[in-house]
Design a protein. Structure first.
Length: 234
């Protein structure tokens, strides 16, 4: 009887401890993102309003000189905040698949719509790129930083490519699947590649929020990433 009671108590206690541990790690993760967003804001002010940029590639040549985590390091102890306690990627120590010398440098990645070199608008007209504070219409509704995928080519990158998440109106369920190859959308909870997957996101105004993928991205016309539409309600 005593053993049975102990078994029941353990069955109740273990999930509670796991839940408390997860909440603690999410709190640290959110603190990391706030620190990174604040450091970037300070960088932008010191740079005449210009944002930093993304420079760590997902397969091609890298540009360490412009990589945001190097640029903002004067404003934050980058080594203290660039790795999330929720990050289970093996590539901090083991090379990324298909490489022998590329490793993970950051848990967090840049929204490429806010990158002067990787924005889809860059090839059309550089003046269209939202790469500075004065061009961002809705900072409180525009996601800036997010969790990079733990494995795959994007595990070593410092930015995502949001324009690749949409196929067509005929495949409305494709975005969470495609995004999961770039973003660890379930770093807080939920199944990967699902609309219900939840992760922490840092917004351009400095606030941090846990969102399901469906709250982050619905379509190219409704999402919190493209500055042209991020001010609209999902």
């Amino acid at each position: 009887m005593v053993l049975a009671v102990l078994g029941i108590l353990m069955a109740i206690a273990v999930p509670s401890l796991q839940s408390a541990s997860n909440r603690s790690m999410v709190a640290v993760d959110m603190s990391n993102l706030r620190s990174l967003q604040l450091a970037h804001y300070q960088y932008a002010l010191a740079s005449g309003g210009m944002f930093a940029d993304a420079g760590l590639s997902h397969g091609g040549l890298e540009n360490q000189e412009i990589a945001w985590l190097n640029c903002i390091s004067d404003h934050v102890d980058i080594d203290e905040v660039v790795r999330s306690p929720l990050d289970l990627s093996p590539h901090w120590d083991a090379p990324i698949e298909g490489t022998s010398d590329r490793f993970r440098r950051t848990s967090y990645g840049w929204n490429n719509y806010l990158s002067r070199t990787h924005s889809p608008d860059a090839a059309i007209d550089p003046l269209m790129v939202v790469d500075r504070l004065s061009r961002l219409k809705s900072p409180s509704n525009t996601v800036h930083l997010m969790h990079m995928a733990a494995t795959g080519a994007y595990a070593g990158a410092d930015h995502v490519h949001v324009e690749n998440w949409w196929v067509s109106d005929a495949l409305p369920d494709a975005p969470p699947v495609l995004a999961a190859s770039q973003v660890q959308t379930n770093v807080v909870s939920g199944e990967p590649k699902s609309k219900e997957a939840r992760a922490v996101y840092g917004f351009a105004d400095g606030h941090v929020q846990v969102l399901s993928f469906n709250e982050l991205y619905f379509s190219p016309r409704k999402n919190r990433l493209d500055p042209d539409v991020s001010g609209l309600s999902l």
